[in-house]
Design a protein around this ligand. Structure first.
Ligand code: M6R
Length: 605
């Protein structure tokens, strides 16, 4: 999704800005641009191709400057054409980049037209540039502080004015913005990752903050207009995180990183303890009577899986909701519920808004399961469990999902223990299973050659069905999501028992039906559902545990999973589905890491 980089230095910063955009590329974008203050006015280059094209342009035109801003745009208002690409100018004096959506842009546009401003883009962003230009009286910092009071919606902005050649001003409300602190130079970015290589010292801005960066200073005011300091933290882990290494795509690299990611995520201690979730957790866990899980996309599916664990292991009622639905519906708050937000990025707009909505309804027990320690969600919740997947670049989430599952299983066992449903013997068994997971994952990854053979066939299909039951229904959902988002094959997932209630009408010899078949209590039921598919000519592609006695025969293709993994089986069974989607997408020649229309971190509604 949209990305911002800004810099004030004594050196030419164009390469820093372009490199920053390159580091944000993985988030998805459809145009990009950079502007610098050069020779007393802003100059820019914009591209509707890739950042590499923008780089070629700035080299060819010798664009240079010591102060500048840059942007990757994911279109919301207006098509991805050059006129709509940021930076957006106002009367060749102001240059501005913006993440988010300005909801009252139409009324502002009418007001500004009345003042003689001519609009050349279809963006909501252009109103901010003209508004700042119209209000500017020699102090950009003050102007932005006044101007943002008129904006409704979500934004992170960075702006420069030709009359202040060594100043960049930023502001945030609902979209992240971070200050990178250098020596004799300072930076702004929507994600600290953009500035890896330039600095490892960051101040994370809070909602409503406005910031001015100059060569040797950073000034911040909060939403009340009070001058504040934001803690500067050293975050060293960003450097080098975006190297592809020997892999063809980041998604492939991230699938193969899962054994390491799980090892880093599961607790080192020899027991499950509330303190794994923060200092307050032991009090809070003793006070709760239910869970409300809020998340989007793949993170929502990890919540759905966790519901099975939480209700069977911890015997605690659990409700899982899509964040974008929960935030707008009337619900009945239960102050004794633990609200759990699950997110790779910790910045997903809908999940953040759902969390704030829950808090506004009086929910005080909040926990984030998240991959980014410095994210808004971790900062807004009272407790957190950090997954240690490492930076996930591929838009299709893989290692973030399996590490979330590991974290949520730890939560279920911890609650089960506290509530008297997990004894010492069971606790030791669960811990041993968790510790063995990386080895088990390596055995599943070794199935890749067999999955590649299936992918060649899937690449020629236009539709696919995914079936699972119980704990593995959310895994079927995740498998279908993976396939559709990167291969563009239409895929749907159903609990296998639902087939006969409608989707069976879709089954013909042309329909591949991917089946997740663990050796659990529902196996015999699942086998009956498979027969329903075969009777209609459907082709079954089954990932079957070794002891299921499901064998390959006419119309039934079987890949045997190396071992049966009990309650943790979803973490193993999702991996072949990730590989199937990945190799199918490769065979179809799609842009695997940056699928069309999608963004890595969805920071707008
Ligand atoms: O960063 P989050 O986990 O909050 O993101 C939620 C979804 O946008 C994300 O999982 C999305 O569905 C992925 N592209 C799925 O692969």
């Amino acid at each position: 999704m949209c990305g911002i980089v800004g810099a004030v230095a004594q050196r030419n910063i164009v390469s820093v800005l372009v490199e920053g955009l390159r580091r944000l590329e993985y988030r998805g974008y459809d145009s990009c641009g950079v502007a610098v203050l050069a020779g007393g006015e802003p100059k820019r280059a914009r591209s509707v191709a890739r950042v590499s094209d923008l780089d070629a342009q700035v080299r060819e035109t010798r664009l240079e400057g010591v102060t500048g801003i840059a942007h990757t745009r994911w279109a919301t208002h207006g098509a991805p054409v050059t006129d709509n690409a940021h930076p957006i100018f106002s009367r060749d004096a102001v240059a501005l980049v913006h993440n988010g959506i300005i909801e009252n842009y139409e009324s502002l546009r009418e007001m500004l037209r009345g003042k003689g401003y001519v609009f050349v883009s279809q963006t909501d962003t252009e109103v901010i540039a003209h508004l700042i230009h119209s209000m500017y009286r020699g102090d950009l910092f003050q102007t932005v502080r006044d101007a943002v009071k008129q904006l409704h919606g979500a934004y992170a902005i960075a702006v420069v004015h030709k009359d202040q050649p060594h100043t960049v001003v930023g502001a945030r409300q609902g979209s992240p913005l971070v200050v990178g602190v250098g020596q004799g130079e300072n930076f702004l970015a929507s994600d600290a990752l953009a500035l890896a290589g330039s600095t490892d010292r960051f101040a994370f801005l809070e909602e409503g903050d406005v910031v001015e960066i100059t060569l040797d200073g950073v000034k911040i005011v909060d939403r009340e207009g009070i001058h504040v300091e934001r803690e500067v933290r050293t975050v060293a882990a960003y450097g080098g995180a975006v190297e592809l290494g020997p892999y063809r795509h980041f998604m492939q690299k991230e699938i193969f990183e899962q054994p390491r990611a799980i090892t880093d995520t599961i607790p080192q201690a020899d027991q499950f303890d509330a303190s794994l979730f923060g200092d307050r957790a032991s009090d809070v866990f003793g006070d709760i009577d239910s869970l409300l899980i809020l998340a989007c996309g793949t993170s929502y599916y990890s919540g759905l899986t966790a519901k099975y664990w939480l209700e069977s292991v911890a015997k605690i009622p659990t409700q899982v909701e899509i964040a974008s639905e929960y935030r707008y519906r009337e619900s009945v708050p239960n102050p004794k519920a633990l609200v759990v937000v699950i997110s790779q990025s910790g910045e997903t707009a809908d999940t953040l808004a759902a969390l704030k909505h829950a808090q506004s309804l009086g929910h005080t027990h909040t926990l984030a399961v998240c991959n980014v320690a410095t994210s808004a969600m971790v900062r807004l919740t009272g407790m957190s469990f950090l997954t240690h997947a490492g930076t996930e670049i591929g838009v299709a989430s893989t290692k973030a999902f399996t590490t979330q599952l590991a974290g949520l299983f730890v939560l279920a066992v911890t609650l089960g223990k506290l509530r008297g449903h997990v004894d010492a013997r069971q606790e030791a068994a669960y811990l041993a299973q968790l510790r063995h997971l990386p080895a088990a994952l390596n055995s599943v990854l070794a199935l890749e050659p067999q999955i590649i053979a299936w992918a060649e066939e899937f690449a020629r299909k236009e539709n696919a069905l995914f079936l699972g039951r119980g704990l593995h229904y959310p895994i079927a959902l995740e498998g279908a999501l993976k396939l559709k988002e990167i291969s563009y094959i239409h895929a749907e997932a159903y609990p296998a028992g639902e087939l006969k209630h409608g989707p069976l009408a879709l089954v013909t010899e042309a329909m591949p039906v991917v089946t997740v078949a663990p050796n659990d209590t529902l196996l015999e039921k699942l086998k009956s559902n498979m027969q329903e598919v075969r009777a209609r000519g459907g082709e079954l592609y089954v990932f079957a545990d070794s002891d299921t006695r499901i064998v390959s025969e006419d119309g039934i293709h079987v890949i045997r999973m190396p071992e049966h993994y009990g309650l943790l089986s979803p973490i193993l069974h999702v991996v072949p589905l990730q590989l199937l989607a990945y190799h199918t997408a490769c065979a179809r020649g799609t842009d695997v890491d940056k699928p069309r229309n999608l963004a890595k971190s969805v920071t707008v509604e």
